[in-house]
Design a protein around this ligand. Structure first.
Ligand code: ZN
Length: 241
């Protein structure tokens, strides 16, 4: 079922609460303001309630988006066996996935587990997975549920936050762990071993590919975006045939 909501008007926020998510942070630095397309499911928070990691434009924006694809979209496993499971109690939409087109790569612009931050109702942001720089995988949201990571892309994609900064590439451990997540998705969701260049495609995508509808972020930045091929190559070796 298509569930559409009117697109919220962007509002200007200050650098103080516009921190993080790679390019947006850079844009904020350059211009002092960024556009916020926030507004979660139901009533959105008031101005200034967003803080911390990648909140800008990340709150759920409803079901608007590309039409569903024919795919094995009923996930067999809601939780990845290799991940440390840390389920959230807020900041996600239960049963809110219409399909699973693939995995969207994000950069944290920070370090350490995001579980506590994503457990703060005021943040109104989340991701399915988080990968530390040493390769630890934490899963916060079931693959049956919608995380709030990339605006109108939320109903159609799983999401992964990567510890560190856009100015530094993913570590070898992170590449390996991202490949493990992706190989799991290939087996569970039928993801193709391919990059996803647009929100209408399927595969391994990046936050910035969604443009304005996904919050207008440059996340995860050129360095990490250029590593998607490396992740897919590693996933090929891990995909259980
Ligand atoms: Zn992002």
């Amino acid at each position: 079922m298509t569930h559409r909501k009117p697109k919220p008007e962007p509002r200007v926020v200050t650098r103080r609460n516009a921190m993080v998510c790679a390019g947006s942070g850079l844009i904020a630095t350059a211009f002092g303001v960024v556009a916020d397309f926030g507004g979660g499911p139901g009533t959105g928070p008031g101005p200034g309630t967003r803080t911390g990691t990648e909140p800008m434009g990340s709150a759920d924006a409803g079901g608007a988006g590309p039409p569903p694809v024919e795919a094995p979209s009923v996930p067999a496993q809601p939780w990845m066996p290799e991940a440390t499971l840390k389920p959230l109690s807020v900041n996600f939409t239960p049963g809110g996935l219409r399909e699973v087109r693939g995995l969207v790569l994000h950069v944290q612009e920070g370090e350490n587990s995001l579980h506590d931050r994503f457990s703060d109702p005021a943040v109104r942001s989340s991701a399915h997975f988080w990968v530390s720089q040493s390769g630890e995988i934490e899963q916060y949201v079931s693959a049956h549920d919608r995380a709030w990571a990339q605006g109108t892309g939320n109903p159609s994609w799983l999401s992964v936050e990567t510890s560190g900064f856009a100015s530094r590439p993913l570590t070898a451990h992170q590449v390996d762990s991202l490949a493990r997540i992706y190989a799991w998705g290939m087996a569970q969701h039928g993801w193709p071993l391919a990059p996803a260049p647009t929100p209408l495609s399927r595969g391994l995508g990046i936050h910035s590919m969604g443009g304005r509808d996904w919050g207008g972020h440059a996340c995860p930045g050129p360095l990490r975006s250029a590593q998607t091929g490396e992740i897919l190559t590693a996933a090929r070796g891990r995909f259980p045939r």
